[in-house]
Design a protein. Sequence first.
Length: 395
Amino acid sequence: MKLNRKRLSDSKGLSKMKKKMLLGTITLASVILIAGCGNNGNEKTADGQTTAKSKSAAVSIKSGSYILPGEKTASENEGYLALEVSIKNNTKDTLDISSNDIALYDEDDNKISEESIYTDDSAFKKMSYEKLSGGKTANGYIVFKVEKDKKYELHYSKLTFDEKKKEKDIELKIDPKKYQDPTEDLKKMTETYVNQVFLGKAAEATEDSSSEDKQDSKKAEVYALSNNLEAEHTDFKQKFADNLKKDFDYYEPSAGEVGKVVDAYKAANQKKAKVTYQIAEMFPGKVTVYVKPETINFDDVDTDSISEKFVSENKGKYEIIDYDKIYQDAEKFILQQLPAKFDQAPVSTPEYMKGEGYKVKLTKENGKWTLDSSDTSSNYGYNELKASFMGGLND
């Protein structure tokens, strides 16, 4: 059989053009493969987290929020940004990790120092030193003080003392505006509690809300208190009435009489009281709010004029000096006249309140915030605040 030399030549070799095309395809595939294995740029994972990778590790920002550590302050355009960072060991070997491996740089390549944070909030686990087994992931918060209108880069550098094994930093873009600052929401939440429980103000209507308000409905749901505000208001009124009764030594007021005084005081306080709110400390699962009230205090109510009026109207009425009867009638008269005096009384901060106000605690569990209204000695800030909305009456 004769061989077709031309066909054999074509089958054993490739033309120069075909070689070029094949070489180009192989080179392109190699570049794509290399880029896929050593990507240091940002990418979105399936759950929407921002992730960057190197040969040995993958770094993600799981979440982020602004916090306020105790005794620290920040201006309106600043904030303490807590980033929940996830580091995955992509190797089979143990990887040493710590917060020292992570750095933040501003737009001018200035390194931002990590903030030292101490808290008993169990929801706030800081990134710390640990040995991470192959294929495993570690999560933890790291905090930086940032300016909200600037852009930053988060760098992760694997700890190694072998220059040959040193890898290029993993870099993640950080935009502070992307993360939520819950300060105003938490203050508003506390204000809602005070308005409804202590001042007896009705909850704001939502049916006629504007379209802008309705857009915030999801946020409002997230920051709605789990407390039963209506029930707590009822309990507050009953406690107020009980404490008011104790202030009368000779006359025993009926529930109806005491109720009228409590309602009148509450109505006057609704119009006159002034309350300010300030965050004392804020973490993902625990918040402390300073509440500074200016309310009507019973010591400032003009009861002297009521007593003088009683004496004037009852001269000669008591032929026999029966002090118990006189005092009993006088206390009853004062009780009846009190409601007319509340509107004339000034408001003031409680005499023994110190600093920025009373500390009220909120905790988050299962996605819901709860204001601690427990009647315990450890919750003295709340109990003193409650007494201030009773005109200074306490147990």
